[in-house]
Design a protein around this ligand. Structure first.
Ligand SMILES: C[S@@+](CC[C@H](N)C(=O)[O-])C[C@H]1O[C@@H](n2cnc3c(N)ncnc32)[C@H](O)[C@@H]1O
Length: 319
């Protein structure tokens, strides 16, 4: 056995691991720990092959090439932390993404929810805001003048502050509005040159907050939760844990919408009823509890980076 190899004879199989690989794996664990300590992200919830694919981009870009060198690089260049985080969490999104899902919400889910005058919606993993603003536009379009008789709140959360800051700004270019009818653009956006800004009456319907989905939601009593195209990041157990967080945050009869390429597994698959399989819309049984808590549980200060987008301007208020 060579000096750089650890040979393990396990009965029939022979496994060889180079010392370099072993040390690099130690550094990989160290990198995950650093991200946990810096951002509070529990990387253990993410799939290893996913993490390694995403880290590889930064390892190459910085020329570090190995985890050991990259960890040293990170410690010397704190600005790199934001780059590795942005790289880890892909923020791609569009307005009215998967339009059939919005049609189902418009025709089936929202009319049921509007039997009550108070409706709470959560766009979890909202990236740069296109999803919650699409929901706000849809609600506005559906309720029209009746909206003032309703109390509709759309919470929108993400882990990445840069994405949330863009969401709060609510400013997009024409390419980002692709797929939106001109009539909707004219009604819901103010155009100035290249910029299209979400109008204040739409912004007022959405409340942005920083929230890590690995942690249970401190807000409860939701009628509708959308968490789409987020689960790709997570290991199967974490996906199930997050879906159970949603289950607990929904009121009885509330709806969960997941991404088109995502599935409910394990316990959540037994807890939710399927409302529409193609649109991946699920419902919490009406028989399962009856409460609609009128207020949120205490929102922990650390989680309450409250990005308040009131009409007067977009202030990022760290409480
Ligand atoms: C691809 S985008 C999806 C945006 C939108 N839901 C959609 O379907 O178009 C995924 C988002 O999930 C967010 N995300 C990843 N891990 C997260 C976590 N642990 N907690 C909260 N958000 C997370 C990312 O920052 C990113 O903005």
């Amino acid at each position: 056995m060579g000096a750089t190899q650890v040979k393990q004879k396990m009965g029939k199989s022979v496994q060889m691991t180079s010392v370099e690989d072993f040390l690099d794996n130690v550094a990989y664990q160290k990198l995950k720990k650093l991200l946990h300590e810096t951002f509070g992200i529990d990387c253990n919830g993410y799939r290893d092959e996913y993490l390694k694919r995403r880290f590889a981009i930064r390892l190459n870009a910085t020329g570090a090439n190995t985890y050991s060198r990259y960890v040293r690089y990170l410690k010397k260049n704190p600005a790199e932390f934001n780059l590795v985080l942005s790289n880890l969490t892909v923020n791609y999104t569009t307005f009215f993404r998967d339009s059939d899902v919005y049609v189902y919400l418009e025709k089936t889910v929202l009319p049921r929810l509007f039997k009550s005058k108070e409706v709470r919606i959560w766009s979890a993993g909202c990236a740069t805001g296109e999803e919650p603003y699409s929901l706000a536009i849809l609600v506005h379009k559906l309720l029209g003048k009746e909206l003032s008789n309703y109390n509709v709140t759309i919470f929108a959360s993400d882990l990445v502050e840069v994405a949330l800051a863009k969401a709060v700004e609510g400013e997009y270019n024409k390419k980002q509005l692709m797929g939106l009818a001109d009539s909707l653009i004219g009604k819901y956006f103010s155009n100035s040159g290249e910029s299209y800004k979400v109008k204040d009456f739409v912004k007022q319907m959405v409340r942005f907050e920083k929230h890590d989905l690995m942690k249970p939601s401190l807000r409860k009593g939701f009628d509708l939760i959308l968490c789409r195209n987020v689960m790709i990041f997570f290991a199967r157990e974490s996906q199930q844990q997050i879906h159970m967080h949603f289950y607990n945050a929904l009121r009885a009869g509330g709806y969960l919408v997941i991404g088109k390429s995502e599935v409910l597994g394990g316990e959540p698959s037994r807890k939710f009823l399927c409302s529409d399989v193609n649109c991946r819309v699920y419902q919490k049984s009406l028989a399962d509890g009856c409460c609609r808590p009128s207020c949120d549980l205490r929102v922990a200060k650390a989680d309450a980076l409250s990005l308040n987008n009131s009409a007067g301007g977009q202030s990022i208020v760290v409480q």
